[in-house]
Design a protein around this ligand. Structure first.
Ligand SMILES: C[S@@+](CC[C@H](N)C(=O)[O-])C[C@H]1O[C@@H](n2cnc3c(N)ncnc32)[C@H](O)[C@@H]1O
Length: 231
């Protein structure tokens, strides 16, 4: 990754850690975060079930851009085998936190543009909000190429990222046309999920059911969950 982009990422995550130091926004004690994680979990499990990707035990899984390990923890709860659940992240301090939380998982500090694995070595390759934190189009193209390289021929890529985030200039939403370009020659299934967090924060204190109905209507959903397979 170019040095200036790496420096930008480092600065952005350090600033984010400072911003969030005194609040619970990414804690499950925060209603909106709990709602988003639980709803996403339902959608992910449904997508894996529909793709015939269950049970997860014994499957080789990699998360690219695993950060501090929150998503890997979710996959352990879905039944993934710890020894076969891998994570890669560029930033050593985020990976350090992941290692403290998940000392038994194989985690690597590496740039996703050159993954330290042989071709075809994973059944399932995940990316959750890593691509939207990358501003350079060439880095996104390289990352997607690497994800396809390490995927088994009949493997599955699971993508979760937002298409809209007007509030943070350090991120870029990614729409279906760009996802298709990043993973050419593949089949895709797009699901629009995750009720816009600012809206969820207002509605959840009044009614959990209303938030669920609104998410189902999809109109105010900010993310795409996508299953991607080679043709
Ligand atoms: C928004 S965080 C998401 C973390 C995790 N996937 C989650 O959802 O909790 C994005 C992560 O992608 C990582 N990342 C960005 N560019 C990367 C690259 N080229 N190679 C590996 N990791 C990268 C960042 O360091 C950061 O930890």
């Amino acid at each position: 990754m170019p040095d200036d982009d790496l420096a930008r990422l480092r600065r952005e995550y350090a600033a984010r850690a400072r911003r969030l130091a005194n609040h619970d926004r990414y804690s499950l004690f925060d209603r909106a975060h709990l709602f988003a994680i639980q709803q996403r979990g339902r959608s992910v499990l449904a997508a894996l079930r529909q793709a015939g990707f269950h049970p997860l035990s014994g499957k080789r899984i990699l998360e690219v851009g695993c950060g501090s390990g929150g998503v890997l923890l979710e996959y352990l709860s879905y039944g993934a085998s710890p020894a076969a659940l891998h994570g890669v992240d560029l930033l050593p301090n985020r990976l350090h936190t992941a290692r403290l939380r998940l000392p038994h998982l194989p985690l690597a500090c590496a740039d996703g543009q050159s993954l330290p694995y042989s071709p075809g070595s994973f059944d399932l390759v995940l990316q959750y909000t890593a691509f939207s934190s990358i501003l350079d189009p060439a880095v996104k193209t390289n990352l997607a190429r690497e994800m396809l390289r390490v995927l088994r021929p009949r493997g599955l890529i699971l993508w979760y990222d937002f298409w809209l985030n007007p509030t943070n200039p350090q991120t870029r939403g990614i729409r279906p046309a760009e996802i298709r370009q990043l993973f050419p020659g593949c089949r895709y299934r797009f699901r629009r999920i995750t009720l816009a967090p600012p809206l969820a924060r207002r509605i959840l204190p009044l009614s959990w059911t209303l938030a669920m109905v609104l998410e189902k209507a999809k109109l105010f959903n900010t993310h795409y969950l996508v299953t991607i397979r080679r043709r």
